[in-house]
Design a protein around this ligand. Structure first.
Ligand SMILES: *Cc1c(COP(=O)(O)O)cnc(C)c1O
Length: 307
């Protein structure tokens, strides 16, 4: 992976008959095709911590199509660390899909557990059992959602002027957004479009901010910069309606930007919508953070023009 590839791109996009919109895109998707974008940002300091603790490897968790799981496998390999991936679903095996097939190629040892057991992934007793079973492994939570993950995401805007009025990005665990919120000036609104149904993200991000700030009042101040969008998920995590696929194809035909239907497509849709409905004012400076994720889009390759 190569963070110097994560260039800032200036874009002009016209949709329909209106004036074209101008904004920037932080192309974190270019860092690496597999350790896509924000996954590298979240893993970097976790892997350095594992090295610092003289661990032989890292252990983490993911669903069967998890971008995080395969990113961990490749990034750990790059650091000469071993990796263990605990996968949700004991009916699966490493031949079940392309994501799972690729993990062992990077040396990841996959362990399949039942959905009910997987629910204990953050349970301190379960984690204690795992660390006594695998004492040489540093445990990274699902999605890289911990202190080190947040710290890595504070670097995303380093090569921008970091003076935006609006930033748009997609959210799963909210770890990336927590890092971004910590690194922007007061005037910036960070619009986080949740890929999942539900209204849990705000609370999760508060907890992540607290890990860094250790002060509830400060957490509340930083939360003012955040706008969680809970109605942009198009029906839920892996629900991909035609309308969203059409949108992704349209954007590709106009500006050759590749979006995925689980995360970035939904966030980009919200950005276009906010330009159209006037939420974004004429002279506002706007940034879209492309967090990657095309690895996971292969499932829809028959319906996405550039796959
Ligand atoms: C994992 C992922 C996200 C979610 O990031 P969080 O830090 O968990 O909110 C967003 N976009 C893409 C493309 C992803 O793969």
């Amino acid at each position: 992976m190569n963070t110097s590839k994560a260039v800032l791109e200036k874009v002009r996009l016209s949709i329909g008959k209106g004036e074209p919109f101008s904004f920037d895109i932080q192309r974190d998707d270019l860092i690496d095709p597999i350790i896509s974008g924000n996954k590298w940002r979240k893993l970097k300091y976790n892997l350095l911590k594992a090295e610092e603790l003289f661990k032989l490897g890292v252990l983490t968790f993911g669903g069967p199509f998890s971008n995080h799981l395969i990113a961990t496998a490749k990034a750990a390999h790059h650091f000469n660390l071993k990796s263990i991936g605990i996968v949700r679903g004991n009916e699966l095996n490493q031949d079940s899909n392309a994501t799972l097939k690729a993990c062992p190629d990077f040396g990841m040892n996959l362990i399949f557990i039942s959905r009910s057991e997987y629910q204990r992934k953050d349970d301190p007793y379960f984690l204690k059992e795992l660390s006594s079973k695998y004492p040489d492994y540093f445990i990274v939570p699902e999605g890289g959602k911990n202190y080190y993950g947040v710290i890595g995401c504070q670097h995303i805007l380093k090569e921008t002027d970091n003076d935006y009025d609006h930033i748009y990005l997609a959210g799963g665990t909210g770890t990336t957004a927590a890092g971004v919120v910590l690194s922007v000036p007061d005037k910036t609104t960070v619009n986080l479009v949740s890929a999942l149904k539900g209204d849990f993200l705000e609370k999760e991000i508060k907890q992540l901010l607290y890990l860094v700030l250790n002060d509830n009042q400060l957490v509340d101040e930083y939360m003012q910069r955040l706008n969680v969008v809970n109605d942009g998920h198009f029906g839920g995590y892996a629900k991909v309606p035609e309308e969203l696929l059409d949108f992704i194809n349209t954007i590709y035909s106009k500006i050759q930007l590749k979006l995925d239907p689980i995360y970035t497509g939904k966030a980009f849709y919200k950005l276009v919508n906010d330009f159209e409905n006037g939420t974004i004012k004429v002279n506002d400076k706007v940034l879209f953070i492309h967090t990657g994720g095309l690895q996971g889009a292969q499932t829809w390759k028959d319906k996405i023009d550039f796959l």
